[in-house]
Design a protein around this ligand. Sequence first.
Ligand code: DC
Length: 227
Amino acid sequence: MSKKIIIAIDGFSSCGKSTLAKALAKELSYVFIDTGAMYRAVALYFMRNHISFEDLNAIENAIKEIKLHFVFNDTTGKSDMYLNGENVELAIREMKVSQKVSEVAAIAAVRDFAVAQQQAMGEEKGIVMDGRDIGTVVFPNAELKIFVTADPKIRTERRFKELLATQPNITREEVAENLTHRDLIDSTREHSPLKQASDALVLDNTNLNQEEQFTMALNWAKERINA
Ligand code: DC
């Protein structure tokens, strides 16, 4: 049996990280974890329960009430996010959550809560995890680290088209503003900011289609698995 590795995929919002991670996991029969979904679920819980993002005491108490788990969905080929037993996969993708999630993901107590679970999920290896700090903080020893980038205009266009399917009233301007806002908070926050790990391989997919970037990443993965 071939060696199992950890594949860490990081990058800015809407770079196609999850699409790539999902395809790699399927090809390698690995587990795929979209860590952004965990921060989104925590943000949703805080919003529903009116937890102030400034009230550390309330945040710590709220976290104790949160149970997150993933359940594989055969139709989408990826796992749905469950928050305290409820499937919140659609709710966490709504713009009102996207507008708040970066603030929630910047809170140290929230990151500690999410990172501990992510590290436990990787204990057996055979995992593809995407996020912002996977190669730098969650799995600094991952065998393969990929940092995905793309031109912001292309990212806006891709995200806009994707969101139109479920949110027909969304505007391109709203999507562009949200991406800029999240990139700024994600890369300048104090705790585990988004940054390229020194040993990450950069994959700029501005001019690549999904198939081309998948082939590139799969070759990198095979090199590591067979090393
Ligand atoms: O990947 P995404 O857009 O669903 O992520 C939602 C938010 O969570 C985004 O603003 C960045 C944050 N995030 C993070 O800080 N660390 C991660 N490992 C994954 C996501």
